[in-house]
Ligand binder design. Sequence first.
Ligand code: AMP
Ligand code: TRP
Length: 334
Amino acid sequence: MSVSLIFSGMQPTGNLHLGNYLGALKNWVKLQSQAKCIYCVVDLHAITMPQDPKELRSATREVAAAYLAAGIDADKHILFNQSRVRAHSELAWIFNCVARIGWLNRMTQFKDKAGKNRENALVGLYAYPVLMAADILLYHANGVPVGEDQKQHVELTRDIAQAFNSMFGVEHFPLPEPMILGEATRVMSLRDGTKKMSKSDASDYARINLTDDADTIALKIQKAKTDPHPLPDDVKGLEDRPEADNLLTIYAALADITTAEALGRFAGKTFSEFKKALVELAVSVLGPINAEMRRLKADPGHVDAVLRRGGERATEIAEPILKKTQDIVGFLKD
Ligand code: AMP
Ligand code: TRP
């Protein structure tokens, strides 16, 4: 199936990092030349964990600024914050009455996020993937670029679409494809190559934030964990060397080459030589994004206007699809 409409989103929870950039944003930017794209700051998803309202507002603006700074074209495509388009919540309710408890019980992200005290987790956290299905299907999107960790949610979206269609005997919702793109589908912590780089890691040295300046990026890369051996000749030599594997994958993704090609440049070299090159590359890619984010931060009115206009355009696409869905379900409208 060829992808004609792409939808993806990210939570406004601050601390956007290199994993978000390489695993998501960078791919989203590229896809703009291939299909119509709708990119969302998913603030409804953010409140599935307790949020401070002031911080939520500021993180929503910051994430939108990161999208723009990375190269999302909000004129040709659509960029908005989820809560602006009421249809997301309305369709999610309908899908709550399509999805099965057994399906949600299998979601690994809920298990991770709810932790040990599952009885105390918010109902919204449990229903999170149902809202995500609504995000995607509300636009009849058929391509969903995400990192590896979100694949299970896109598969659930397919199950919900299929269940809705068969429940009502219609061919209303398409079955979207997860698009796992690029070399760096799982960027790992700089402190521990077996752990995912994450915004919730207690150590700021575990990740490179998109807001880090050049000196901070250099320091974090210099301090990144390595092993005592020189870099190997081929990709096989990276097995059982998670930190080396991670740093080379980061280099490859930033340079837009494969990990094997990156190894071709550094085989036999020491980490200190390699790290110098990695710092230079990371600063050259992330520096301009960081500068543009700072410029946009100083002009929140501009970011707000982009989101408002994006919300209006998203609503235009979403409303007829929601209305049709409500009609299929049997709700009396006008
Ligand atoms: P999150 O920060 O978990 O809300 O994720 C936002 C997007 O970034 C999703 O598409 C994730 O799959 C992607 N992402 C988050 N962390 C990483 C990582 N360490 N490596 C690759 N992609 C990531
Ligand atoms: N759950 C995704 C994440 O944590 C964010 C998200 C919400 C999303 N709705 C979506 C991603 C729809 C793709 C499509 O990263």
